[in-house]
Ligand binder design. Structure first.
Ligand SMILES: Nc1nc2c(ncn2[C@@H]2O[C@H](COP(=O)(O)OP(=O)(O)OP(=O)(O)O)[C@@H](O)[C@H]2O)c(=O)[nH]1
Ligand SMILES: [Mg+2]
Length: 462
């Protein structure tokens, strides 16, 4: 992984240096306003410092160039960043991930005192048992571990049980590569030290508490295997886990009008997750804040209230709304209706919320998307509620993945503290994250996913 820092007079300038140097695959780790220091600082303006990372193969893929580097390019790399150089993040994380510190301090105290102590149950660090491919849960500070999102016992019907077993087997298969090599080298001097065992346990604890699935915790550990073996610094470990997780979340996608207008954007997802409300929020942002020409279409005519709801928002915003009444009418009329909208930058399409098990409605939505996609630049956003349990989210994602690519929107983050499913679903689907919504207020309660903030929260920060 290559991590560099870039500065500019403003954020855009620093970002363009990032893109020029690392390409579009670069992940922004941090953006910092640097205030001028010392005498004369009153007369100087603040600058912007962007820390960006990219996996090494991405750099070579995108920017491999055998020509002599230009002077400008050479100047853009202000500083080659090592883990130490991202100490800012480590400090923030150390506070966020305070449980690790407490445990490490406690261990230090225990080593310093000669009187043997009876460890208290809440701070006792169990021995790191060999984990031959089995769930490490039992070995990880059970007292503070909250119960899993779902368990085998909760699955009653036999079909679901079979699906559960299949998914669980997949999870099992990804555990071994992480744990096994660590254990195989247990006596090796280069194997992870005791502090790092503690770190791994605490990391499991914190992430499991946020309902990140074990499979994905193991993915992260696998990525930081080298650091775990070679580093003895908590700063390095924290920086590493933070960076790996931010990289895994990737750069969020935002709806941007395409070169070919209008861009047609579909919002799909289960009932009641907040599709219509989210469309109103996005439409308002585009129209009011960005001065874009926005139009709405609703294909949700199964309930009168649904069309009325969007009509109300359309009236307030002063944007056109077209209602499509049936799948047949949809096929016959969509093209001509959209033609009336040709002048627009973006058309947001509300679809019917349905259970992913409803084949007929699923087929209608598929038809709608493919019909329009043949003629217009289009994008699909799968809207999911952060309050939905993991297994259901996986089933929903599976059913939509069968017929379309999508980006992910998570709603109702104000209703849950557990945000692990955002990480889980990103990794499960490979789809880009995009927006999160945090309340019912239109248009305010929506923002683009901030990967840095999300990871800090996942690691126990605020
Ligand atoms: N707390 C909270 N409520 C939300 C959020 N987004 C939407 N809602 C509420 O969720 C409820 C359903 O929202 P809708 O926008 O109608 O959801 P929908 O997906 O269009 O629903 P259907 O059309 O019935 O499939 C409404 O009461 C919204 O106000 C959010 O981010 N947080
Ligand atoms: Mg709706």
């Amino acid at each position: 992984m290559t991590i560099n820092k870039y500065t500019g007079k403003n954020e855009e300038e620093a970002m363009s240096k990032v893109r020029a140097e690392l390409g579009n695959a670069a992940v922004i780790m941090n953006v910092k306003v640097v205030k001028p220091k010392g005498l004369g600082s009153l007369f100087k303006k603040s600058t912007y410092e962007v820390t960006a990372a990219v996996e090494d193969e991405e750099v070579s893929k995108e920017t491999l160039d055998f020509s002599v580097p230009s002077q400008q390019n050479a100047q853009t790399i202000e500083k080659k960043v090592t883990f130490d150089a991202v100490a800012d993040d480590a400090i923030i994380l150390k506070n966020a991930f305070s449980a690790v510190n407490e445990v490490l301090e406690k261990q230090e105290e225990d080593v310093m005192t000669t009187t043997p102590k009876t460890p208290k149950i809440t701070t006792e660090i169990p021995e790191f048992e060999p984990l031959s491919g089995s769930v490490p849960r039992a070995n990880i500070l059970e007292p503070t571990y909250s119960k899993p999102t779902y368990s085998k016992q909760m699955v009653n019907n036999s079909q679901e049980k079979a699906q559960w077993n299949e998914k669980e087997e997949n999870i099992e298969s990804t555990r071994e590569p992480v744990i096994a090599p660590i254990e195989a080298k247990k006596d090796d001097r280069s194997s992870i030290n005791n502090d790092n065992h503690t770190f791994v346990k605490m990391l499991y604890n914190v992430l499991l508490d946020n309902e990140v699935q074990e499979k994905y915790i193991n993915n992260v550990l696998e990525d930081m295997d080298k650091v775990l073996r070679t580093s003895h610094s908590i700063d390095n470990l924290l920086s590493s886990v933070y960076q790996k997780m931010v990289l895994k979340l990737g750069t969020p996608t935002k709806i941007v009008p395409g070169e070919k207008k209008p861009k047609v954007v579909f919002f799909i997802g289960p009932t009641g997750v907040g599709k219509t409300t989210t469309i109103a929020k996005i439409a308002s942002k585009y129209k009011v804040e960005e001065g874009k020409k926005v139009g709405l279409i609703t294909a949700d005519t199964y309930r009168m209230a649904a069309a009325n709801q969007l009509q109300t928002y359309a009236n307030i915003l002063g944007v056109p709304l077209n209602v499509i009444y049936s799948a047949e009418e949809l096929l016959d009329t969509v093209k001509s209706q959209v033609r009336e909208y040709q002048d627009l930058d973006v058309i947001l399409v509300d679809t019917i919320g349905f259970s992913h098990r409803n084949e007929e409605q699923r087929a209608d939505t598929k038809k709608l998307i493919t019909t329009l996609s043949d003629f217009y630049e289009s994008e699909v956003y799968l809207v999911l509620s952060a309050t939905t349990k993991h297994k259901d989210l996986i089933d929903i994602a599976d059913s939509y993945m069968e017929f379309t690519d999508f980006n992910l929107i998570f709603t109702k983050l104000d209703e849950t503290n557990c945000i692990g499913n955002i990480f889980n679903l990103k990794l499960y689907t490979g789809a880009s994250l995009s927006y999160i919504t945090t309340g019912q207020n239109v248009p305010d309660d929506i923002e683009i996913v901030n990967a840095q903030k999300l990871v800090k929260q996942l690691l126990g920060g605020n």
